[in-house]
Design a protein around this ligand. Structure first.
Ligand SMILES: Cc1cc2nc3c(=O)[nH]c(=O)nc-3n(C[C@H](O)[C@H](O)[C@H](O)COP(=O)(O)OP(=O)(O)OC[C@H]3O[C@@H](n4cnc5c(N)ncnc54)[C@H](O)[C@@H]3O)c2cc1C
Length: 504
């Protein structure tokens, strides 16, 4: 235990981690009059919102497109309530196809809007109109659980776990009889690192629904979301500290009292919200009888989501068009991660290709290619740190890089010759930059079969320590924002907060 600093007044709420969830918590609670402090270990705020700059181009690392951003939709309303919306440059994606799927030599468009989805897919698969209707109705029902209407009634989470206890892949198998149509609707599993046996229908449906109703991109990179949030938090009196790794969460008499940072400073707080991976949070927490060893062992045993290998292709100016859709390039029909007992996991080999939107050009300077990558592939370099992983790691990355560029070139002839420079990141990059164990892209996997054991609550056994972040059920920008609101509800009340957001 560390004694509180004699001079500093305790913050009402200290928030650890400045990703989307930390930003939403800090902006929400400071708006409600609380004295908040947002702490980030890295020099730049934003977590997965962070961009890095090369040759004058902002390169996004963890946001390609986000759903529910249309007028009157929930993500837009949260950004509005947090006073960041006017600072963002949103671009609606192609209504005729926000996603374009290439499978077995054919191209399928996922249009925006339920009616268009029904029409388009009924044309692709005329014999399966009724099944398509049933699927879309279910997506709509589930997606509507996160809606302005529910917020108006004071509900952020209706606590109905029915759809979390069903597996997404299982539901698709029961609902769609045509295997190709099923695979097409499963293709987005790759953007949530979907697991065949365990990813809940709720998670899959929330991502699909939010994109069907309102898929948007952020022009000029996602860093400006983080910057807009910082401005709001600071203008509401909040303190924001970057370059400040938390090294210990201090406990006294069954309550958290503040955090110690890497410089040895103690920052006192009445409440703490940690948005870090729960294993990280409890690693930092001083020992207390309130948190049992068995609980920690269970937490550590939970499966993390698969990681991603990302290629950032910096394109020569005016050489490659901006594409207002996300392309999924499938060499086979594998869409879900499968984990046969005793064997290495089988991951889809498909690529996602996404271009960055710039407000002033019909061309893009950044093409991002991504694919799922299992952590086991990186074990030879597990003990290494950023920039010091050795020649063999560079060769490993180069091999994947070449294979991915060649795969993309097959669909976009001329892509190669437009490339000016290539940057890469692997799950190890994420492990080291944002402290995500095993470099999981989306935190802990919620398992529809063991919901009680894998769905983590924002409350902990310590009454003034709360959790938030992508490991608590929903990931993604929408998912973490909603989870952040649920965490804040514990301090200011769900009904009050939901209605305030809805009526903003
Ligand atoms: C490659 C990739 C692409 C993605 N694409 C999309 C997309 O297109 N659309 C979408 O909606 N979602 C996407 N996601 C998911 C989305 O980005 C994440 O779910 C979300 O941003 C996670 O937010 P978070 O706040 O939970 O965590 P993070 O963003 O990881 O934030 C956690 C923060 O805590 C900080 N931290 C860690 N340890 C400490 C410490 N000891 N002290 C202080 N700070 C600490 C980290 O540095 C980090 O800034 C993508 C993710 C990845 C990896």
């Amino acid at each position: 235990m560390t004694a509180p600093h004699p001079v500093l007044q305790p913050y009402d709420v200290l928030i650890i981690g400045s990703g989307m969830s930390g930003m939403v918590c800090a902006a929400t609670l400071s708006r409600e009059g609380m004295n908040v402090c947002l702490i980030e270990k890295n020099p730049v705020f934003g977590g997965c919102l962070q961009s890095f700059r090369r040759h004058g181009v902002q390169i996004d690392t963890g946001v390609h497109y986000v759903g529910a951003l249309g007028e009157g939709q929930i993500m837009r309303q949260i950004l509005h309530y947090n006073k960041v919306l006017p600072h963002l440059h949103l671009r609606q994606m192609d209504q005729n196809g926000f996603e374009t799927l290439h499978m077995e030599g054919k191209t399928y468009l996922h249009p925006m809007g339920y009616e268009r989805q029904q029409e388009t897919f009924s044309q692709y698969f005329p014999q399966h109109k009724d099944e398509i209707r049933r699927l879309l109705d279910t997506l709509h029902t589930i997606g509507n659980k996160l809606s302005l209407e529910n917020f108006r009634q004071g509900i952020i989470d209706d606590n109905d776990r029915t759809y979390m206890q069903l597996s997404a892949a299982g539901f698709l198998e029961q609902t769609i009889s045509d295997p190709l149509l099923r695979d097409i609707y499963s293709s987005s599993a790759t953007i949530i690192a979907g697991e065949h046996d365990s990813t809940p229908l709720y998670h899959y449906a929330m991502v699909r629904h939010s994109n069907i109703i309102g898929a948007y991109r952020f022009e000029d990179g996602s860093q400006h979301i983080a910057n807009a949030y910082l401005q709001t938090i600071q203008s509401q009196g909040g303190t924001t500290l970057s370059n400040t790794p938390v090294t210990s969460i201090c406990v006294s008499n069954g309550l958290v009292t503040g955090v110690e940072t890497s410089s040895g400073e103690f920052l006192p707080a009445r409440n703490i919200i940690s948005t870090l991976h729960p294993v990280e949070t409890f690693r930092l927490l001083e020992q207390t009888p309130l948190v049992r060893k068995a609980y920690l062992t269970r937490l550590k045993s939970l499966q993390n989501s698969s990681g991603l290998f990302s290629l950032y292709l910096l394109m020569k100016p005016n050489s490659f068009p901006y594409l207002n859709t996300v392309h999924f390039l499938f060499e086979d029909r594998k869409t879900w991660i499968r984990r046969p007992t005793g064997k290495t996991p089988e991951l889809p080999t498909s690529l996602m290709l996404s271009t960055q939107a710039h407000h002033d050009s019909p061309y893009t300077r950044l093409v991002c290619l991504m694919k799922l990558m299992d952590y086991s592939e990186l074990l030879p370099w597990e003990q290494t740190i950023v920039e010091h992983r050795g020649e063999s790691y560079l060769e490993f990355k180069h091999l994947h890089q070449e294979q991915m560029i060649n795969q993309a070139e097959n669909y976009f002839p001329g892509l190669k010759k437009s490339i000016q420079a290539v940057y890469t990141s692997t799950p190890l990059t994420y492990r080291d930059y944002i402290a995500s164990p095993q470099g999981g892209a989306f935190g802990i996997n919620t398992d529809s079969r063991f919901l009680l054991g894998t769905l983590i609550s924002p409350r902990t056994r310590i009454p003034n320590l709360f959790l938030s972040g992508q490991s608590l059920s929903l990931s993604g920008i929408l998912g973490t924002s909603v989870t952040a609101l649920l965490t804040c509800s514990n301090l200011i009340g769900e009904k009050y907060l939901a209605q305030k957001i809805a009526n903003e």
